[in-house]
Design a protein around this ligand. Structure first.
Ligand SMILES: [Fe+2]
Length: 160
């Protein structure tokens, strides 16, 4: 039995936020997969560092994915949950093949995080208009997490 969600948001607002969150979930899932791909396939003199660094990042993304999906459920929606749905929903299309070297992998991940950050900024405007303070706070926190991950990638790219 479905119990009605009565948390002071209109059904329409909740449904709109659920859509926004499922698209974000798809973007996060693709970024997670891309990061794992590079964790597995990175080569070169910085192998050990980058292998570990990418691992830390995909673990953080794994937690983000879980939180986004569970927020969809908290709002009374159904989470996207198949690879087919993620591919269909994602704004950032899946990267095919591998960058030519380790530095290229870091650059590709940086670009992907920055795209997520820009999209989150647009999502925040919409959830603000929809009056969903909880999701607004949640997305603001996620944006900060991505900004930090992007900083680490950017710093890795720069020559010391
Ligand atoms: Fe591993």
């Amino acid at each position: 039995m479905m119990t009605k969600t009565q948390i002071g948001l209109t059904d329409k607002a909740r449904q709109n936020v659920v859509k926004i969150l499922n698209v974000l979930l798809a973007d996060e899932y693709l970024l997670y997969t891309q990061t794992r791909n590079y964790h597995w396939n990175v080569v070169g003199p910085r192998f050990h560092d980058l292998h570990k660094f990418f691992e830390a990042q995909y673990e953080e993304l794994d937690e983000i994915i879980d939180e986004v999906a569970e927020r969809v459920r908290a709002l009374g929606g159904n989470s996207a949950g198949s690879l087919g749905e993620f591919l269909e929903l994602a704004r950032n299309k899946e990267s095919s093949g591998l960058p030519r070297d380790a530095q290229g992998m870091v650059g590709a991940l940086l670009a992907a995080h920055e795209a997520v950050i820009r999209n989150l900024r647009a999502d925040l405007e919409k959830t603000g208009e929809l009056g969903d303070a909880g999701t607004n706070d949640f997305l603001t926190g996620l944006m900060e997490q991505h900004e930090k991950m992007a900083w680490m990638l950017r710093a890795t790219l720069e020559r010391g």
